[in-house]
Design a protein around this ligand. Structure first.
Ligand code: HEM
Length: 226
């Protein structure tokens, strides 16, 4: 008879990504596509709506990075750049996926993606198209500065696409070279981990809803009254 595996080595599904992080994540590709298509089709009302939604989600995600579930917190996944490089040196090494939350390199990817997204929405709020379309904050700055920020808005979008392509390549790389499926946990929230792994602390999604409501109110005020 084959020996029984030790209880601590057994794999059990464990929640690692909370619902707010997953919803936030999957809204990003949707909003990216809506933003791109709407600007190409000159549907600027939709473009603005998509931008305000993205901005509210980013405010939420940054706040959630301080008060949210353990794996959502910056303190959990932002490690030293050296640790990130060390992690990348064994990128091609196969082995079981025991990672709870973002790894040392993935953590930096999250920071970079969030930063580039923040630049994208912030410049959009101040942009103009030399015609009838003006971001709600343009009236508070000079036309010259708004023109410069409009250019940043355009260039940063290309940078964002390049970083997203890198992000997708990394996810595929983990699947191909290390045999790690990162996508399923980002969909289901769960990952099969050794039974002895301590479960990360989760914060109730209602707290996320409150933060999101505040973020949405802030963006509504910016769009309407500022
Ligand atoms: C179909 C397209 C996409 C797939 C399959 C995908 C997949 C993933 C996966 C698997 C993770 C978790 C990585 C880990 O385990 O550490 C992740 C995280 C993340 N991805 Fe994506 N991604 C996609 C599109 C995007 C896009 C378009 C953006 C940005 C515009 C984006 C931004 C992020 C961010 C910010 C995180 C960190 C999530 C958080 O902690 O809040 N992703 N993605």
């Amino acid at each position: 008879m084959a020996p029984k595996p030790k209880a601590s080595a057994m794999l059990l599904p464990m929640p690692i990504w909370d619902l707010p992080v997953r919803l936030f994540h999957w809204m990003l590709p949707v909003l990216l596509i809506v933003s791109y298509v709407s600007v190409k089709k000159d549907m600027m009302t939709l473009h603005f709506l998509s931008g305000y939604t993205m901005a509210a989600l980013l405010i939420f995600r940054i706040a959630w990075g301080f008060v949210g579930s353990e794996t959502a917190r910056f303190s959990h996944f932002v490690k030293s750049p050296l640790a990130a490089l060390r992690h990348l040196t064994h990128f091609f090494r196969r082995g079981p996926d025991t990672q709870v939350g973002h790894n040392e390199a993935g953590g930096w990817m999250v920071v970079v993606l969030l930063a580039v997204l923040v630049v994208q929405v912030a410049t959009g709020l101040c942009a103009n198209d030399d015609g009838t379309t003006e971001g709600p904050l343009m009236k508070h700055i000079s036309k010259e500065l708004s023109d410069r920020l409009s250019l940043v808005h355009e260039i940063n979008f290309k940078l964002l696409l390049a970083i997203v392509a890198g992000h997708l390549a990394a996810v595929i790389g983990y699947a191909v070279f290390r045999g790690h499926d990162l996508v399923r946990p980002m969909v289901t929230g769960r990952k099969r981990l050794p039974a002895a792994t301590p479960a990360p602390a989760m914060v109730h999604p209602l707290a996320a809803l409150v933060i999101l409501a505040v973020a949405a109110a802030v963006m509504f005020a910016v769009a309407r009254y500022v």
